[in-house]
Design a protein around this ligand. Sequence first.
Ligand SMILES: NC(=O)c1ccc[n+]([C@@H]2O[C@H](COP(=O)([O-])OP(=O)(O)OC[C@H]3O[C@@H](n4cnc5c(N)ncnc54)[C@H](OP(=O)(O)O)[C@@H]3O)[C@@H](O)[C@H]2O)c1
Length: 511
Amino acid sequence: MKSKDIKDLALIIFGASGDLTYRKLIPAVFDLYKQKSLPANFAVLGVARTSFTDDSFREKMKEGIRQFATAKDALDGELNEFCQKLHYLSINTEKEGDYAKVKERLDKLDKEADTGGNYIFYLSTPPSLYPLIPKYLASQGLNRQGNSFRRIIIEKPFGTDLKSAIELNSSLLENYEEDQIYRIDHYMGKETVQNLLVTRFANGIYEPLWNRNYIDHIEITAAESIGVENRGGYYDNSGALRDMVQNHLLQIVGLVAMEPPMSIDSVSIRNEKLKVFQALRPLSGEDVFKNVIRGQYTAANIKGKYAKGYREEKGVAPESRTETYLAMKLFIDNWRWGGVPFYVRTGKRLPTRVSEIVIHFKPAPQRLFPESVNLSDDNQLIIRVQPDEGILLKTNMKVPGSGFQTNTVNMDFHYSQLKDAYYLPEAYERLLLDCMTGDSTLYVRGDALEATWKFVQPLLDFWKDNPDAPLHGYPAGSWGPNVADDLIEGKDRHWRYPCKNLSDDGIYCEL
Ligand SMILES: NC(=O)c1ccc[n+]([C@@H]2O[C@H](COP(=O)([O-])OP(=O)(O)OC[C@H]3O[C@@H](n4cnc5c(N)ncnc54)[C@H](OP(=O)(O)O)[C@@H]3O)[C@@H](O)[C@H]2O)c1
């Protein structure tokens, strides 16, 4: 997308003194600038309580760009020219009266930078401000669209349960139309996630197999090797279900499982994803026991170094029962997926950082080759979301020579193979650009958001009502509680382990 297709605009970041702005947002905007994707007339207004001048804000953002942008090696001249587009305003974000200053500054910026009154407001603040900032902006008329557009991007977490998500949606809809609201899920900005649509709907070979007749089960993993770092306080009130499953992992389930859309536009694609969420089989109390495994990492030695347990982390309650690992079996009750289990797992302090989707196909209907031939009954299509984005198909192949000895071979494609031919945008870069063009396809629609919360709410209720429900310890650096292995039923079925345990032992321990 080139700048001529995007209207001139100002990007207003609330929470501009924070970590996300520093590490992700401004580096992504700089990369867009380097790619010549920004409109000719463009400005950023950073807003927060911390006091900065335009110049001191620019200096701080330069540091962030130098560390985190893809184009971190840009010339000083380019960086300085870009930073002239950055401005800063300090207000008390919780005080309605201060929003007159935002309006005043934007009017001034429109005149100076010719941004045409088009605004994208990015909320990168604590979530308690998500209902307030849009309301206070509206009190200054900054929600009203005429010839210019007004859009809001909202970071996760969007609600902490079904009720709060509905309340937040309703409060936003008091002043904004749904098509002005962009709920960001950065997983949707990843190239391989979007490539799912192309893999499925631009190839004749996959879609005929993409159903209960040929697929045995589907695995979706999002593993992190880090712990809660300095976000213990936030995480302890959240946990893996809210932090990863309700949003990122269910969004991926939506793309994997949706029906072909009528066309490749935002309404059609999001309609189909919504139907998937509506077809998720609700989990009642008994199912939670059977189909959901919670874990929490415990202290361990990783390669000779002490790794803290979750309860020792800063900001975490010493008796915390927050899950840092979650594995679940879920079903989508529709014609395409009837009876096909989806196994979803995520965790912190696992052996490696990897997110991937594994489609396990059913075995061939008849085994022609003798038992002595070592055949894999499990053809897998692995879609690697991160790192080393790509796609891999595992099939049986005959080993050269007499007889029929076989081996499993991988047919693979790595996005890195294209890096000399194509530029690979970071997720925030892609998503920011989409919002600038008004394309909400990869953003989460309000009804889909509520549908995913509706699915996870019974789990939250169950754990609240049953505080003693099992929470399994797993040593930091292992693949989670061993009991999660039993979730996957059937001969020769098990989770795919892209790498081995890193801790000294993979012992199971009940907390
Ligand atoms: N960091 C990430 O990688 C990441 C990833 C996904 C989602 N998120 C979400 O994005 C949002 C921002 O994350 P972050 O990591 O940038 O957080 P952060 O470092 O704590 O920054 C929060 C920002 O909000 C501002 N703020 C405004 N009013 C505030 C108030 N009343 N109380 C506290 N802070 C206030 C803070 O600046 P002042 O104190 O100067 O006002 C600061 O700029 C959060 O909701 C987070 O959940 C972050």
